[in-house]
Design a protein around this ligand. Structure first.
Ligand SMILES: NC(=O)c1ccc[n+]([C@@H]2O[C@H](COP(=O)([O-])OP(=O)(O)OC[C@H]3O[C@@H](n4cnc5c(N)ncnc54)[C@H](O)[C@@H]3O)[C@@H](O)[C@H]2O)c1
Length: 260
């Protein structure tokens, strides 16, 4: 099989990767793919606690910038973009791979969720993406690509996905508006929709093993998706050759979403 890493197709590109919690994180699969294709990385971690799990693996992608960023903490996201501006003066790729919902709200019916829980999930999982796009815009001087991570539960009622369904629907819609608004500057936006993956975030979703079994049995590929599958698909979309693909929700799910 052709080894895409042989071709450093992202050489010279500067990429910001958020959302690595450990070596199972989807963002980690993306960071590895960007790095393998030659991109220079800025990586953020949420907290000192998260850093303990990221420190042992991060050497593999040798980020030029490595700093904390909790989207709930005022000024931290801005500080990341200021650092990027000072060090690189430009940015080509942004990966938003962040989601959060309070467990009690996530595990109940949508109609029962609390206002505070819903607003918190929207702020951390959707509004934070819009803020990132705003901060990236002036730095994407030669155009660029902005990614977020979504899930099929935005389109269909998926058992146990509950409150994250409407939150991800808003995220996918925000992606379309960002793509339309920033497109004239050569900036693209994608919502990537992977099939279920056993990550820390997924552990908050009830009966997740059932979802994995169903995905494997129903997807035309009869295969579960890995973080490396997602990473390579994202890296492909960041290539100059993919410059006319924008605004979509792109499924990396073995074709699950086309089956009734
Ligand atoms: N795992 C799946 O099955 C699956 C499927 C489709 C989409 N997704 C989406 O992929 C994205 C990444 O999740 P994952 O599955 O890799 O799990 P993960 O737990 O590895 O990643 C979630 C990340 O969000 C970060 N985060 C949460 N609150 C934050 C905050 N306030 N500030 C900064 N960072 C914060 C966490 O630190 C973590 O790195 C999420 O948007 C998730 O909804 C996951």
């Amino acid at each position: 099989m052709m080894d895409p890493a042989k071709f450093k197709l992202l050489k010279g590109k500067k990429a910001l990767v958020t959302g690595i919690a450990n070596d199972q994180s989807i963002a980690w699969g993306c960071a590895k793919a960007f790095s393998a294709l030659g991109a220079d990385l800025a990586v953020t971690y949420r907290s000192e606690k998260t850093k303990r799990f990221v420190d042992p693996i991060i050497g593999e992608v040798k980020p030029s910038i490595y700093m904390p960023m909790d989207v709930e903490h005022p000024g931290e996201l801005e500080a990341v973009f200021e650092t990027i501006e000072k060090k690189w003066g430009k940015l080509d790729i942004v990966l938003h791979s962040i989601a959060f919902a309070p467990k009690a709200d996530l595990q109940g019916r949508v109609v029962d969720c609390s206002k505070d829980g819903f607003l918190m999930a929207m702020e951390l999982s959707c509004w934070s993406f819009i803020r990132m796009a705003k901060l990236a815009e002036p730095l994407m001087k030669d155009g660029g690509t902005i990614f977020t991570m979504t899930y099929y539960g935005s389109q269909m009622v998926v058992e146990n996905y509950n409150m994250m369904g409407p939150v991800k629907a808003a995220l996918e819609c925000a992606t379309r508006y960002i793509a339309a608004e920033l497109g004239p500057k050569g900036i693209r936006a994608h919502a990537i929709s992977p099939g279920p993956l056993k990550t820390r975030a997924a552990s908050g979703i009830g009966e997740f093993d059932k979802l994995l079994k169903k995905a494997e049995a129903k997807a035309p590929a009869r295969h579960l998706v890995s973080i490396d599958d997602v990473g390579l698909a994202v890296a492909f979309l960041a290539l100059d050759g993919a410059k006319l693909i924008t605004g979509d929700t792109i499924y990396v799910d073995g074709g699950y979403h086309i089956i009734d």
